[in-house]
Structures are given as C-alpha cells and as structure tokens.
Design a protein around this ligand. Structure first.
Ligand code: GUN
Ligand code: FE
Length: 423
C-alpha cells in the first residue's frame, strides 16, 4: 500500500524529550512515507509540496490513554459512592458479567468505539472482560475506529463472584486460543495479557500468564498498588513478596521481557518503585479514578523526578470520561492537592508536564509515538479553539494551557493516526 506523503501547516506544538514545550507557530509538519520527518519554519524544497493548511489552528500529537475499561463505559458517571473493592463488587462485576451475551456486548462496544473514534485518544491500552467472544468483538470494533490499541481478555479465577469467574485451566486455554486467533488478525489492534489484578488470579494462573507473555512476546497490563485494602489482600496472598510489584515480578508479569503497563501506583513503596524503574514498567496515572473510588493521590512529580515512565490514563469507569484532555486537568489538580495536603517538597504539575505525559511518555509504550520528531509515527490532532472566546489576545502557550480545562471532542477538527485521517 502506498504510504502517504504530505505536509501540514499550522501552529505545531509538542514536547522535547526532557519534557519542555516545543512550539512552532505557523510552521510545517512534514510526513513522508507515513512517518514524521520533522517541523520546519519554511516549507523545505525537498518536502511534499501538497500542503494541508490549517491556518491558525493548533496541531498537537495524539493523546495516548494507557488504561481504560471498555465494558465499564456503560456506567461511566454512575456508582461513585464506594471505594475500590466494594465498587468492584457492587457495580463493576455485575456489569462485566453481561458481556457473556454477545448482543449486549455488541450494543455496548459500538457506543464505546464511537466515542473513542471521536475522542482525543489516538492509541490506548484497553481492558475487555473474561469473555473471549466479546473480547474479539471489541477488537474488531476498535480496529474499525482507526485507533491503535492493545486489547486484553481479562483473567480472573479466584476471589470473584460465581457469575464472573473462570476455571484456572479454562482461563489459560481461552487466553492461548484468543491469542492464536487475534495475534495476526488486525493491523492496528493487538492482544495484551491482562490479569485483572493479583487478588482475582491464583498463583497457578499468574504463572501460566507469565509463561504465555514470554512465549508469545506479548505485553502485559494490570493494576498495581491502587488502594490500601487491595494491597493488604495482596500481602496476605503473597506473603513472601517484598511488594505487590514483586508479586507480579515473581510470575514474569512485571516487564523485563515484554513491555508492561500498570495502572495507578498510588501507594507504591520505595522498593516497589525501584523495581518499576529497573523493569522499565509504564505507570498509567489515572487521577480522576483515584479521586472517584477514594484511592488517594499518586506522587507523580516525584515519579517524574525519578525518571519513571509515568503516562496518563482515564481508567473509565473509575474515571467518568474517555476524554484525555480532562485526564490532563485532573492530573494537574490532583498534584495541587498532593502539594497542599500531603507533601510540599515536590512541585505541582504544570501543563507541560501533563502534556508530555499524555503524548510522549504514554506514546513510548507504543514505540516511536507521541511527538513530531523525525521517524515518529504521524499521529496528530488538529484543534480549533476559536469558539473559546475571550477579548484578550492569547499567546500560543496560553491557548495550549486552556485545553485540559476547556477542550472537548467538538474542538478536534481532524485526527490523524499513522498518517491516516480518521476525520
Ligand atoms: N482493580 C481491579 N479491577 C479494577 C477495575 O476494574 N478498575 C479499577 N480502577 N481498579 C481495578
Ligand atoms: Fe482500571
């Protein structure tokens, strides 16, 4: 297939590798053979002369959501009155059980996929449910959106209600069959190993999933150190592990061989953080979810200072919205409260920090993604902020700074993934 060559003109904004804003007003973003060649103040004579002129609009890299639950989209904004374990029992597990029926899954996943297509998200790590047919249906629907995603069939064989539990051997077999069926089926949608979290997976199942991840060279996603009650359960289940993270690591499920993304890490100990760093694990910071299910506030400024890969995520339906702009705002706001109420020795997060997290850091989970550097995937959003009225002339920095608080999907006038426009 012919790879696209074109040039985009507009206000091109991304971040440098160390997280500073890199702003290029009225500049040219060149795409050759489907990837970025770079940003230039004038149109280079060697560049594709087909210029799509976006005038005064903003052009930013696509936003990458490192953690979202597709089946939970049905109850977004509902059931925010429990903390994690009670929330799972009361709202989440009964809803996820419904995906045994493909008709329900079809209806629900169509709505989810439509919202994701229109959203600011270009790439995502997605949880499905334990059900193989519904997971494959979700993969088909995500493929049709044009987004690039990892989608995981969830594994749970203990501490789960009878209506949402797998037999250990069946869970392992289903996972292998699902991998075999989907590993090469789609261009943009790939499987990811998804133990729900340690409490719902027996050590036998965790060991099997670690072997499968290694055998098939598949990435892993799960939850880590989100809630104190959860952590206490894990320390009972895995008394010899030095931390919750060490329990995953024992089974080969914490990076090392294949990429790994862990949601939350709100209450990670120093020893757990050291292992996260050593294994190159991505942390999916989900600030709204952490507020809604009363998990706490993760010390993200500290994690960034440690050089950890801290990306950003919505964690629907712990988070109420698939909107990554909102996740950016929540990350800034949570950091203010961390600074005010918990520890003021770490700085509050800035717009540049959360923009960097949502683009370049989260993007790195998918490869050369999340910036407009030469050789990076051409993922971009074109944003028309002209209806966000103010009589005051705004600088380019100010226009960007408003996006987490004011931008909605309606402000996105074009979305490119791997150089293909979705709209
Ligand atoms: N831990 C285990 N399952 C879940 C889930 O569905 N959402 C969140 N936020 N945490 C979890
Ligand atoms: Fe989650």
């Amino acid at each position: 297939m012919e790879k696209p060559n074109f040039t985009i003109k507009g206000n091109i904004c991304h971040t440098t590798p160390d997280g500073a804003l890199s702003l290029h007003p009225d500049s040219y973003l060149v795409c050759e053979n489907g990837v970025c060649t770079g940003v230039f103040p004038q149109l280079p004579d060697w560049a594709p002369q087909t210029v799509i002129d976006y005038g005064d609009l903003l052009v930013i890299p696509g936003l990458n959501d490192l953690h979202i639950h597709a089946p939970q989209f049905t109850f977004r904004g509902l059931g925010m009155d429990r903390e994690l374990m009670q929330w799972l029992e009361t709202y989440t597990f009964p809803e996820e059980a419904k995906y045994k029926a493909l008709e329900y899954a079809d209806e629900a996943y169509t709505i989810f996929a439509d919202h994701m297509r229109r959203s600011a998200t270009t790439r995502a790590c997605v949880f499905a449910t334990i059900h193989r047919p519904a997971t494959e249906l979700l993969m088909q629907k995500m493929e049709e959106t044009g987004l690039v995603t990892y989608v995981g069939k969830v594994n749970m064989d203990q501490m789960s209600p009878q209506y949402l539990i797998e037999d250990t051997a069946q869970s392992e077999r289903d996972t292998i069959d699902w991998l075999e069926a989907t590993i090469d089926r789609f261009a943009r949608t790939k499987p990811i190993i998804t133990p729900r979290f340690i409490p719902t997976c027996s050590s036998q199942l965790l060991a099997a999933l670690g072997r499968i991840a290694a055998d098939y060279n598949i990435p892993v996603q799960s939850h880590l150190s989100e809630n104190r009650e959860e952590i206490a359960i894990v320390s009972k289940l895995e008394p010899d592990a030095a931390s919750y993270g060490h329990a995953y690591d024992k089974y080969g499920l914490l990076g090392g061989n294949s990429p790994c993304v862990m949601a939350h890490c709100v209450h990670s100990s120093d020893i757990e953080l050291e292992l996260i760093r050593k294994r190159g694990v991505f942390i999916a910071h989900s600030p709204e979810s952490n507020l809604n299910v009363s998990s706490g506030i993760a010390p993200i400024a500290r994690y960034l200072d440690m050089g950890l890969n801290v990306g950003l995520a919505t964690d629907v339906a712990g988070g109420s919205s698939e909107c990554m702009f909102k996740a950016m705002a929540h990350a800034i706001q949570s950091s203010h409260m961390y600074w005010r109420l918990i520890d003021d020795s770490w700085p509050q997060l800035t717009f540049a920090d959360v923009f960097h997290m949502a683009t370049r850091i989260s993007g790195a989970f998918f490869g050369k993604v999340g910036a407009f550097d030469p050789g990076y995937a051409f993922d971009a959003l074109v944003i028309d902020d002209s209806n966000l009225l103010t009589p005051k002339p705004l600088t380019l920095t100010e226009r960007l700074e408003r996006l987490p608080y004011l931008a909605t999907p309606q402000h996105i006038v074009a979305k490119y993934i791997n150089a293909t426009p979705l709209f």
